[in-house]
Structures are given as structure tokens and as C-alpha cells.
Design a protein around this ligand. Sequence first.
Ligand code: P61
Length: 463
Amino acid sequence: MTNTVIEPFKIKSVEPINFTTREYREKAMREAFYNLFLLKADDVLIDLLTDSGTAAMSSKQWAAIMDGDESYAGSRSFFKFEKVVRDLTGFKFIIPTHQGRAAEKILFTVVGGPGKIIPSNTHFDTTRANVEFSGAEAVDLPVPVALETDRRSDFKGNIDLERLENLIKKVGVANIPLSILTVTNNSVGGQPVSMANIRETRALLNKYGIPLLLDACRFAENAYFIKLREPGYRDKSVREIAVEMFSYADGCTMSAKKDALVNIGGFLALNDSTIAEKARSLLIMTEGFPTYGGLAGRDLDAMAQGLTEVLDEDYLKYRIRSVEYFGDKLEKAGVPVLVPTGGHAVFIDARRFLPHVPPQQYPGQALAVEMYVEGGIRSVEIGSVMFGREVEGKFVSANLELVRLAIPRRVYTQSHVDYAAEVIIEVFKRRDRIPGYKITYEPPYLRHFTAHFEPVVEETAQV
Ligand code: P61
């Protein structure tokens, strides 16, 4: 019997990555104001900033691209895409968009607005931004265990049903146009939502007549976790599980840049004809005609093919295992990682990694900078840089100080992951000499993308 889970593909086209020296990276980091979003991608060796839009497409997807139909209206590519999405989700109205946030913007422009409340297990930042931009309020209701990074639990992505019912009773059904479940739950560590939780959410919302939507961008990874972990699902195909997940929902938003294995694309799918009609009108104004929605015809073909490939269980086995392998390796070396490892990324608990750096000196940012300088690894801070706030002049930290190492789909091999783990372990060995950071410039919104930082030198040695 062999145990090694191998990449279920061979490589037909390669893209070189650039090696740099430590001195070069120190300079690059300084010139980027210690913000990893401001680095040139060519100066990054292993890019774990995001799993979004970074997948390697298959030869079949590239072939489908050549077959794309670029007709303005009634494109063959659209009908192919629509059929694949409808067969999978069962939803009636399929509206293509250029990416996930465009679907969110259209949806919340139609159903949001002042006084409205949108509950979720946890809104991703673009979802929250679009809810709030409409004037509505985004409420996160994760289960309490989601905030305990060192506690293992199978479905840390679940929504807290008791808090959901209390919220409905408190604010009233009329103010809740819909509820949304993010599968997997990115902001709490790419953790899955159980089928039982989806089903019970549906039952609870039915009692009050509130629609349920899925933020489905990692639906296949979620479905595979259900197969692995939830009683009664081991013998079902991942496709059957995914179909069941969608069957409890009235619609979904989708960033196809994740589980549709493409570099750009998304969609909004709905059962309600009134909302769908309003959404289509907005689509025409902002994205494009309903049979291309801000994309080229060939992009729709690539999505249709990607949505089929992502349900291949050899692929999902490799995908989930290779991310877990990375997490296990770090955990064994004593690095404080969020457990269990999620579907798309390994998350490091920077508060435990750098206990001497207080939240107001951004331990996640400090760690992300060090990993780049040490070995050219790019990650993303998900902590007080992204979610911290000033309230009446006082610093309010994020719930968690995390650094996310997101794994692009089908891009890196096991030796890339081994190397990345070695770099992180080196940084861990000298963790007590790592300084905190202060912000020297920030824009009014989504500051993590463009803020400037400086090390706090008085406290410890300079980077
Ligand atoms: C990511 F730093 N995610 O995880 P779009 N829902 C969910 C997402 O994970 C998501 C979107 C909707 C990204 C990209 C990203 O500040 C950031 O196609 C659960 O990117 O519009 C995207 O889908 C939005 C990274 C987005 C960020 C915003 O890396």
C-alpha cells in the first residue's frame, strides 16, 4: 500500500520564479513600505497571498477557451456555462459577473439599504463592504469555537443558530432580506460548514420566511470536508454532496476565481424572479449584457470546464491533503497554526507566534514581513491591519491576529511547500528578535491594500 498523495496531473507548461538575495528583499520590503501588497510579484519567490484567480488552468480549460464564442448576445459559451451551473446548483436564474464582489454589489444594491440587517456565519471583507455600502448592517454569527485557534473541531465554519434566532426576534423579519452562509468560512480559517448546519439554518429561516444564500466560492472544498468528516456522507459523491448543499439555498454568489479554477469570473444565481430581474437591470448598467456579464465568452467556457473538474475527487483529495500537509509540518515544529487546517490556506496565529508584539503593533504584519525577508514567501495579514479600528481615539484590535498562507490551486508542488515550511521555521527560531510595526500612512477604506508601515525600532532590533 502506498500512502503518498501525489499531484493528480503532470505539468505541460511552466513559469519560472525569481530567486533574490536577502539584501535585495530587505530593500524591496523597505521600498514597499513594509506592505506586501505593494511588492512587485516578480520579487516574490512563492506567492501565497491568495488562492483567488491564481489557479493553473488545465489543458481542457485552455482548449475550451479556444472554443469560446464571443457573440455579444446569445453566446454559445453562455448556454454551456448556464447549463453547468444550473445542473449543479438547481437555481433558476444564472447571472454571470466579472468576479465575486460584482455579484455581491448587485445583490446588496437590490436587497440591502438602510435599516436592513444581513446575518452570516462570517462575511468576507468584500461582502461586508458591499452590505455596508448599501447602508445595511452585516452581522457575523460564527460558532464560539471558531475563535479558538488551538482547538480542533470538525466544522468551525458553522453559524451559531441560537444567536441567529435571537437576532431575528430582536430586529424583526421585515428587516432581514436574506441570510448568507460562506462555504468554506474564509475569515475564520477556511473552515467548513456542516450539512447539518446548512439544513438547520434553512429550517430556522423557513420558520420566518427568510431566504438563504450561499457565498459558494469554495463550495467543492466544503463538500469534500463534509464527505470526510460528517456521518452519513462517506459513500456519497462530492457532486451529490454539493448538489444537496445548494438544494437548501435560494441562491448564491460565487467568485469563480476559487473553486471554478479560473483566473477571472463569477456569478449570481437566484430562484426569485423579482430579485433576478432587478439584478439583471443592474448587470446591464454595470457589467454587461446578461449572456456575458463583464466577461469574454471564452471565460464562461473556462468556468464551465473548471466547475466540472473541481468535483474530481482525486483532485480534491490532493488539494485538501496538500494544504493539511503544510499545516502539519508547521505544527510539528511548534509553530502556532490554526487547527484543523482549512481548505485553501494555512493560518498562523501571530499573537501566539510573537507574544511580545502587542496587537497595536500588528504582530501579523510583523510576521508576514519576516517571512518575505527570510525566504521570499508572500502571505497576507488577517488581523488588526485588516479589521482593527479606532473608536473615539482608542485602538480596537481584531478578534484574531492571523497570517494566511493561501495555496493557489494546482500551482505549487510538495517541494515548494517544504521550502516554505523551512523558511517559516527559521523565522520561528528567531521570533523574539522580531519588532512590531506602526502605520505611517493609511487610506480611509480597506487600508490593508495600500497602508505604509515602519518597524518600531526602540523596542527591539531593526529588521
Ligand atoms: C481571498 F485581501 N477572496 O480570499 P472576488 N467571498 C469570499 C472570498 O474569499 C472572496 C470574495 C467573496 C479573496 C480575494 C481577496 O481584501 C481582499 O472574486 C469568501 O475577489 O471579488 C475573495 O471575490 C470576493 C483578497 C479579496 C483580499 C479581497 O484572497
